[in-house]
Ligand binder design. Structure first.
Ligand SMILES: Cc1ncc(COP(=O)(O)O)c(C=O)c1O
Length: 386
């Protein structure tokens, strides 16, 4: 997408010397912002947006029904609304002192970088292919980015390169792990996550992004394993969100789980009223009344995901379907022409999926979010006519 400033700068050199250009941090002037699913297809036209089938942001289908009270709306909300913290505490079995509510997990990512990395001095470590916001937030803040790509072993694909990580000890302040990974979909074995935490125990915070936690087939007691990690290791941070399995992406509510010390530190950096009162009200209701609905949504996503994966495996343009523990399926097309053909054909028919082919190791890969049964069957019917 070309910005108006770029258009103008091509035709009128005076525009490039605006006061903003002169004063802005130089590296931001040409920086490309995160191309979120919404931003890529922004039209500003509500009817057009509503006529599209959005299978590109790993949102859950279906709208919740929430009644809001406007009582106290004239007042600022609590810094951390108590009812919300209590509700998440009950849900995740951690004391409230270990929880920070944020504007989505994305705000957690940003706060962690701003709290631990000095601009232009410190770095974060990412393991691509991975979620794009770790690098974007680091870049925004002026933190360096070290990459230790995921590796394929004889047993499993897209695993941590523990030897590669060891070589970076002392060079990064924050290490981002994503499990289940977006866009790869696989859960990292807990032994690998523990090994990474041990490797960086004296030198870096290890962030385990569990945005898709609810969709995983949890090993027995996974909840306890996480809680044990937080109580036993000083350098662990877990990210969660209501945007996925709770079907509340529009609410912007996530949670950072860590030691009391880390939560106290992040609380110094976060905005004074991060959680709007209506957000706290809806999120608290979802976490207390709607756990059964959430579980049913997850179960339905599991069966749709398996059906879609099986169907993809039979398509002649598809060469690989990735195992997924989340609410999306990543697949590889035979070549770039077929990848473009599938993607563009869907867009022409108002079905939006995500092109992941620019990511490391993901040539010709596309990702489909598990929408409703209707949406997935529309997509399959359409591709049958390709
Ligand atoms: C791995 C991962 N982490 C974090 C997020 C951001 O979640 P939120 O909507 O809570 O900001 C996403 C969103 O797609 C994601 O895929």
């Amino acid at each position: 997408m070309t910005s108006p400033v770029n258009d103008a700068s091509e035709s009128n050199t005076l525009v490039t010397n605006t006061l903003v250009d002169k004063l802005a941090r130089e590296e931001l002037v040409d920086m490309v912002p995160y191309q979120s699913a919404r931003r890529l297809f922004a039209s500003g036209d509500n009817d057009q947006a509503n006529s599209r089938t959005w299978l590109n942001a790993n949102e859950a289908p279906g709208q919740g029904q929430y009644q809001l009270s406007s009582e106290n709306i004239n007042r600022y909300p609590d810094f951390q609304p108590q009812a919300l913290l209590n509700a998440y505490s009950n849900y995740c079995n951690l004391p409230v002192d270990n929880i920070l509510a944020t504007r989505g997990a994305d705000e957690g990512i940003e706060l962690i970088i701003r709290s631990f990395c000095r601009a232009y001095q410190d770095s974060v470590l990412i393991c691509p292919p991975t979620y794009g916001m770790y690098a974007i937030s680091a870049e925004n803040h002026g933190a360096g980015i070290i990459s230790v790509p995921l590796v394929n072993t004889t047993e499993a694909k897209y695993q941590l390169d523990l030897e590669g990580l060891e070589q970076q000890v002392g060079k990064a302040k924050v290490v981002f792990l994503c499990s289940p990974g977006n866009p790869t979909g696989n859960t990292l074995p807990s032994a690998q996550i523990k090994a990474a935490i041990d490797i960086f125990k004296d030198s870096a915070m290890v962030v385990v992004d569990e945005a898709y936690y609810e969709y995983t087939n949890k090993e027995l007691g996974a909840e306890q394993v996480n809680n044990k990690l937080i109580s036993q290791c000083d350098n662990v941070i877990i990210l969660r969100t209501l945007s996925k399995a709770f079907a509340l992406a529009g609410l912007r509510c996530g949670f950072t789980l860590s030691s009391k010390e880390v939560i106290t530190l992040l609380s110094k950096v976060i905005a004074p009223y991060p959680i709007a009162a209506p957000v706290a009200e809806i999120a608290s209701k979802a976490l207390t009344n709607d756990l059964g609905v959430m579980q049913a949504r997850v179960n339905s996503a599991h069966s749709l995901r398996e059906q879609l994966s099986e169907w993809l495996k039979q398509q002649k343009w598809c060469s690989e379907v990735f195992n997924s523990d989340a609410n999306f399926v990543l697949f590889r097309c035979n070549n770039i022409d077929e990848k473009n053909k599938v993607f563009n054909f869907l867009v022409e028919h108002n079905i939006l999926i995500r092109d992941q082919s620019k990511q490391l190791q993901l040539d010709n890969c596309l990702r489909i979010s598990i929408g409703s049964e209707d949406e997935i069957s529309q997509l399959k019917q359409l591709l049958d006519t390709l």
